[in-house]
Ligand binder design. Structure first.
Ligand SMILES: *Cc1c(COP(=O)(O)O)cnc(C)c1O
Length: 421
């Protein structure tokens, strides 16, 4: 459930008409609902309430400081994948002992930043990384708490680019080598083993692959404990999918997920960590855009809008589907028209939807892309010298710009022409 609903024929974000925000900030822009963010976070807290747990928001989904502050104030931890994300989490007031550092390519500088600034745990993905972290920790006279990411070789049956738990994926160490790798870690004095980490992919719409992975994790916990390791924490990653296409079958609810985790892993006496990103942020945001032209083609009409692939890359990159709805609610029974919805960027890939049935639209009408709160603004670029679009946060009847559109001067001033030119 989200808080983007029609009222009196107009699409609202909570208690604010999106058209009012469009008038104030100009299109295109991202708009987030604070109540939706906190509701989704709370669903996970409730789902795991029977177990010692921490919900670490995977902030790569949406890392605006205001969003991090909103979730941090609710008690959320953060899953970070870079030094930049670590700095953002700290700048938003999240304490180091609630920050988990994931990612396959942490540099020594990033390790130093997190160790000196405070960290809950590093999710280590390879033996060379283990050695590097050990060296950094020893050079600082510190001990780094670690979980090793194991790859359970489970095909999560999701999009090729967001599957991470198969043996051909670059993430983690093969589960078959886990005993050997943990034995190695135990010999490194700069590391302290505290748990095991697993993450099999994103946008999973079925609990079965999660359950298969968590069964393997439960077995591995027993084996590693028998080897003498102190396994007190299990980090289960993220990956629960959201319904991008409202007409489709619904993915599992956080409560179903939590019940399964409790059933499979609840008896191990471990603290459970989860790292949801998309399910917290996805349906908490929309992208609002203006129709520039309606162009009649030979066998279809093109809706040319002022948002483009540089603003929301998911359709071009993953073939992703987003519902696109007009801000003015169509009258009941309005006959649908077929459109290709495209942006102004000079690439055929700048296509949001092909042969999409929508109510008839004309130049100047506003549309909203639903489910654009995750992997939207964070993946945006300034390709074609299109400025990054603003982000707006709504809470009740108030709204604020939480990232302003840069001026063209700001954009141009980032470049330098060398003196010798
Ligand atoms: C991306 C990622 C997540 C979040 O995935 P979602 O599908 O957005 O929930 C969690 N943990 C790790 C390690 C990730 O890489």
């Amino acid at each position: 459930m989200d808080h983007f609903l029609y009222r009196n024929g107009q699409l609202y974000a909570e208690d604010v008409p999106l058209a009012d925000i469009a008038a104030a900030v100009g299109t295109p822009f991202y708009c987030y609902s604070a109540a939706t963010f906190t509701r989704h976070y709370q669903l996970f807290v409730d789902a795991l309430s029977g177990m010692d747990h921490l919900v670490c928001y995977a902030m790569k989904a949406n890392s605006n400081l205001a969003i991090l502050k909103l979730l941090g104030d609710q008690g959320a931890g953060m899953d970070v994948v870079s030094g930049g994300e670590y700095r953002r989490a700290r700048a938003a007031g999240v304490p180091g002992d609630k920050i988990v550092f994931s990612g396959v390519g942490k540099t020594a500088d990033e390790m130093r930043l997190a160790l000196t600034g405070g960290i809950r745990q590093f999710n280590v993905e390879s033996e060379p990384e283990m050695e590097a972290l050990n060296a950094v920790a020893l050079s600082l006279n510190m001990v780094a708490p670690i979980a090793v990411r194991v790859n359970p070789d489970i095909d999560a049956n999701t999009h090729e680019k967001i599957a991470t738990g198969r043996k051909e994926d670059k993430f983690g160490i093969p589960i078959s080598r886990a005993r050997e790798v943990y034995a190695h870690a135990a010999t490194l004095p700069g590391l302290k083993i505290i748990g095991i980490d697993v993450h099999i992919g994103s946008q999973l719409v079925d609990l079965a692959p999660f359950e298969a992975a968590y069964r393997k994790l439960g077995e591995l916990t027993a084996v590693l404990r028998a080897d003498g390791h102190d396994i007190t924490r299990l980090d289960l990653g993220g990956g629960l999918g959201i319904p991008y296409e409202r007409s489709n079958a619904d993915p599992p609810l956080p409560s179903d997920y939590g019940a399964m985790v409790q059933r499979v892993l609840g008896d191990l006496g471990c603290e459970i960590e989860i790292e949801p990103g998309r399910l917290i942020a996805g349906n908490s945001g929309v992208l609002v855009s203006d129709v520039i032209y309606v162009k009649q083609g030979e066998d279809r009409d093109f809706l040319i809008i002022d948002a483009a692939m540089n603003d929301l890359i998911r359709p071009a990159m993953y073939g992703a589907y987003h519902d696109i709805v007009p801000l003015v609610e169509p009258a009941p029974g309005t006959e649908k028209h077929m459109y290709d919805v495209v942006g102004p960027v000079c690439e055929s890939g700048d296509t949001f939807a092909k042969r999409r049935a929508m109510p008839p639209l004309k130049a100047g009408d506003l549309v909203a892309f639903r489910s654009a709160g995750a992997y939207g603004a964070v993946m945006a670029s300034e390709y074609n010298s299109r400025p990054l679009i603003p982000e707006v946060l709504v809470s009740g009847d108030q709204f604020a710009v939480i990232r302003a559109r840069p001026t063209f001067d700001e954009m141009l001033n980032r470049d330098t022409i060398p003196e010798w030119l």
